[in-house]
Design a protein around this ligand. Structure first.
Ligand code: GUN
Length: 281
């Protein structure tokens, strides 16, 4: 079975659109998401456009602020301070990566925790790991949603996550653990990685290397979640971290790239924006 994140996210966005349509009468306005894009990296430009488009579908107000790549760190922090203080801004997202002269850690920390729709602020991260109320990062949240919607039982299963980033690997491992999976976090330096991944009932791959996961790394009937977004070195087309054609023969459930995890990330961003808005009311 191929899980379509595109279809599921379309359904969830339609439900959110109905919810948001009732907000002006109830609260006098709709949620407002501000996305800050520094520079003109084509992948980031495309992601930011996707976020604006989804906002339109859901009925959320979206402001995209574009700044040149040579903006100073102080100027960017100043912009964030202004957005933090604006009572009509509910969510702030600064698109990553940032140019090398700007500290991503400083920028993430500068965003008001209650407007941190990414769930990247250290206080949000700490709350997640302490099972306290928090903003759950969009991609990990979207992955759990997809698994549940596909009827995948997580409890009692062995999950292997390849990748240990703050954005995906670590939080998705934590969420799987919270669903009572037994989780192994592997990475590019894991010794004999295939012997580890072959033990997985659920394999989540977020390493950022085209066709990194081959059929021999997947056990028969495994659930394979591909978080990769890469350019295929041969065709130049978008591809995941998993050799999809080969993996499809072995997996019971698999996500495609594009059209799998990506749309779910944006969908959960919409949900997080609504949650931040509702907390302010
Ligand atoms: N760059 C790639 N993914 C993300 C994301 O989820 N949030 C932000 N802010 N930047 C990203």
């Amino acid at each position: 079975m191929i899980i379509s994140g595109k279809e599921l996210s379309a359904k969830l966005k339609a439900d959110m659109a109905v919810q948001v349509a009732g907000f002006p009468e109830k609260y006098g306005r709709v949620p407002h998401l501000v996305v800050v894009l520094v520079g003109d990296d084509p992948a980031s430009v495309s992601y930011v456009k996707g976020k604006a488009k989804a906002s339109e579908v859901v009925g959320i107000k979206n402001t995209t602020i574009r700044k040149p790549a040579d903006i100073t760190e102080a100027e960017l922090l100043g912009l964030i301070a202004t957005l933090n203080a604006d009572p009509e801004v509910d969510g702030i997202l600064v698109q990553l990566p940032l140019p090398a002269h700007i500290s991503e850690a400083k920028v993430i920390e500068a965003i008001d925790k209650t407007k941190d729709v990414d769930g990247f602020h250290p206080l949000n991260v700490a709350a997640l790991w302490q099972k306290q109320p928090c903003t759950v990062p969009c991609t990990p949240k979207g992955i759990i949603r997809m698994l549940k919607s596909a009827g995948v039982e997580i409890s009692g299963k062995r999950a292997v996550v390849i990748g240990r980033s703050n954005i995906v690997g670590l939080p998705v491992a934590k969420l799987l653990l919270d669903e009572n999976a037994t989780v192994t976090i592997a990475h590019s330096r894991t010794k004999d990685l295939p012997s580890v991944t072959r033990e997985a009932d659920i394999l989540v791959v977020a390493i950022g290397r085209p066709r990194f996961v081959t059929a021999d790394m997947i056990s028969d009937g495994a659930v394979v979640i591909d978080v990769g977004v890469n350019r295929d070195p041969e065709t130049g087309k978008l591809c995941g971290d998993v050799d999809f054609a080969a993996a499809q023969q072995k997996a019971s459930v698999i996500t495609p790239v594009p059209g799998g995890v990506g749309p779910m990330t944006i969908c959960c961003l919409m949900e997080n924006t609504i949650e931040c808005f509702l907390h302010r009311q």
